[in-house]
Design a protein around this ligand. Structure first.
Ligand code: SF4
Length: 227
């Protein structure tokens, strides 16, 4: 197996340095032009690819202009407008309810605290972190999506399984100035090389420090199962 750096903090720093070099333009891939659009795009992106979300929001954001439009539309119509998205019925409900709360309790503005955001329908800590980081320039934590979850475990940065616990672990070893960028780097590397089913370890810039590297290691540390 690859040999990780001595401490998890050193491992995290080495991973960041190499991935930054490999993906210098790494950033969020969802398209939006204001905070509400960002919130909606992130809600839609759960269990769905950013590419698919971007395609759907192109026409959605033309039809709906502010929280009133989403709050006032019949839920079935909104669901129909989202029908290429996974779980579109539930997500239509989340978006409509969130916009009602935004109008009733936040003067029509997307709130800027973790507590207020996570009180919105369909908004967990991950979604709230993305909205805080990219909508309000507030970095309170690390967004742990499926790529961050998988890569952090494969690379020996955490042994936790739940995203919330992984986030707490990562916050102790990833330098605070990189909390936002760490996620984007993991997502880019997770899409390009360290994919869920068939990671290309032979062509990976992290192979020599990765304790899961195929060929060297029998085990995928993300799942704990043999490759
Ligand atoms: S592609 Fe292979 S070597 Fe690279 S980080 Fe993923 S599991 Fe490790």
């Amino acid at each position: 197996m690859g040999t990780p750096r001595e401490t998890r903090a050193e491992q995290a720093e080495e991973v960041i340095e190499r991935l930054e070099e490999a993906y210098p333009d790494s950033t969020i891939s969802l398209r939006y032009s204001n905070r509400l659009e960002l919130l909606i795009a992130v809600i839609l992106s759960a269990q769905c690819t950013d590419e698919r979300v971007n395609k759907e929001t192109e026409h959605l954001f033309e039809k709906y202009d502010g929280p009133e439009d989403y709050a006032n539309v019949p839920e079935e119509e909104l669901a129909e407008d989202l029908n290429s998205i996974t779980y579109y019925n539930s997500k239509a409900g989340y978006i409509k309810n969130s916009c009602e709360t935004i109008l009733e309790e936040h003067d029509g503005e997307v709130p800027d605290t973790m507590d207020e955001l996570t009180e919105l329908s369909g908004v967990g800590r991950k979604t709230a972190n993305v909205v805080l980081q990219h909508g309000h320039d507030v970095v309170e934590g690390i967004v742990v999506d499926t790529h961050v979850q998988r890569l952090s475990r494969r690379l020996g940065l955490t042994e936790e399984e739940r995203p919330e616990a992984i986030e707490q672990d990562l916050m102790t070893i990833v330098p605070e100035g990189y909390w936002q960028q760490f996620t984007h780097l993991c997502i880019d590397h997770g899409r390009a090389t360290c994919t869920a089913r068939n990671p290309d370890c032979a062509d990976c810039v992290l192979a020599d420090i990765c304790p899961s590297a195929k060929g060297d290691s029998e085990i995928d540390l993300a799942s704990g199962e043999p490759w």
